[in-house]
Write a new protein. Structure first.
Length: 376
């Protein structure tokens, strides 16, 4: 297959991505529409290098070194002008040869530890995982080393073995990685310049995965997962406080579970290890007085698409405060407690505020919140 990238596409998408990262607009669709409309007005008298016709086939290149030009979809929304034009199926070509970087037993052990928490790898089958681990290679990092510079082309995806790494966007520190995690997937997934600078502030070790293997094996699963959960997460009010990149990380961590009518999803009094977002269906919430063996369950809430539950016990570190049943066939996106703690930190204030609401309802239902174990 031979693909040709239209003149100006890369620059146009890069400029747009930079504008999004700089402005961090709350409404990406509106921002994208305004941005491209303004550009269209500006270019009205000039010949156009790029067309955004819907259904126009993706143009691609014939080698993986010069990959097709997927737009920065995750920084736009699903129905944006170009988001639907990237077809990961087109990435199916097998490479001529597998990349194998031999490793000692100690390296293999450290590597398999380092990749355990990497959500992007979780949907790989054992064979794919094997290829990825074979291809990875170790890099030692010194204090002050720039592992990635914003604006550069993407070469590798990195998984942290050890060390502390500061994250800078436009010279502003926006976060850090401490001895775990991964970075450098954005430029490889969306064919855009590096979106952040990553600087080691301690000595460390990272595992690198070359761009070709990343795109061949990891990209498709990761891309589709982000796409599946993107619209769900965009519509959860609590998550609006997060930026697009933070929501992408949540999408990487989610997995779907399906329940049948009447199935118990959560049982009051049980210990908690995850929370749920309703992808499709309905969930009935009941509570009973756990101190009274004769207490009957009372229905207190009904949740539908885009709503979340099961967060309370993760915030309070107490047993489940209610029982949750599926009403009809219900599909839920599950976030486990480790991911919850890693990724929902910025929403903790909102989550804690919700406790007040539960308590007020508790008083209304049972006359006193003392009837049920304290929620806090
Ligand atoms: P990359 O290939 O663009 C830099 O190379 C990497 O830094 C990037 O992939 C991500 O893996 C990682 N925004 C963009 N990239 C980030 C961010 C980030 N944090 C880490 N990376 N933000 C910080 C969110 C807490 C958003 C800032 C507006
Ligand atoms: P969880 O982890 O305790 C049960 O597991 C979930 O049900 C809980 O998180 C909430 O997400 C959800 N009181 C306690 N939990 C509730 C309530 C609730 N409603 C939904 N959940 N009340 C109803 C408030 C409208 C007060 C009880 C009377």
């Amino acid at each position: 297959m031979s693909f040709e990238i239209p003149d100006g596409l890369t620059d146009l998408l890069q400029d747009f991505t930079v504008a999004v990262l700089k402005e961090r607009p709350p409404d990406l669709v509106k921002f994208a529409a305004d941005y491209f409309n303004k550009l269209k007005e500006k270019n009205a008298e000039q010949p156009r290098g790029v067309r955004f016709a819907e259904n126009e086939p993706m143009q691609t290149s014939d080698s993986d070194d010069e990959p097709m030009e997927p737009p920065p979809q995750r920084f736009t929304r699903r129905k944006s002008v170009s988001a639907e034009r990237y077809d990961p199926e087109a990435d199916d070509e097998e490479p001529d040869e597998k990349i194998v970087n031999p490793k000692t037993d100690d390296q293999r052990l450290r590597l398999s530890d380092a990749v355990k928490p990497i959500f992007l790898f979780r949907s790989l089958d054992p064979e794919q995982m094997h290829c990825v681990l074979d291809a990875m290679f170790e890099r030692k990092v010194t204090v002050g080393e720039h592992v990635i510079d914003q604006g550069d082309d993407g070469d590798n995806f990195y998984v942290i073995d050890s060390g502390i790494y500061d994250i800078f966007v436009d010279n502003k520190m926006v976060g850090k990685y401490e001895n775990r995690g991964s970075f450098g997937e954005l430029a490889l997934m969306y064919n855009m310049p590096r979106a952040a600078t990553i600087i080691a502030t301690s000595e460390g070790i990272i595992w690198a995965l070359d761009r070709i293997t990343f795109r061949r094996i990891v990209l498709k699963n990761a891309y589709e997962k982000r796409k599946v959960y993107e619209s769900l997460l965009e519509n959860v009010p609590m998550l609006k406080t997060l930026d697009t990149y933070e929501r992408m990380n949540i999408a990487d961590a989610l997995f779907t579970r399906t329940f049948g009518d009447g199935d118990v999803i959560i049982k009051q009094g049980d210990s908690a290890d995850c929370m749920y977002f309703v992808e499709d269906g309905e969930v009935k919430i009941t509570v009973k007085n756990m101190n009274d063996p004769d207490s009957k369950e009372k229905e207190v809430s009904n949740y539908t698409n885009g709503m979340y539950f099961g967060e309370l016990a993760l915030v309070t570190h107490k047993p489940r405060a209610a029982t949750c049943y599926a009403v009809g066939k219900t599909r839920l996106a599950v976030l486990d407690v480790q991911a919850f703690e890693r990724l929902l930190g910025p929403c903790m204030d909102i989550l804690k505020r919700n406790i007040n609401e539960y308590e007020e309802q508790l008083v209304q239902v049972f006359g006193s919140k003392a009837a049920i174990s304290d929620l806090r």
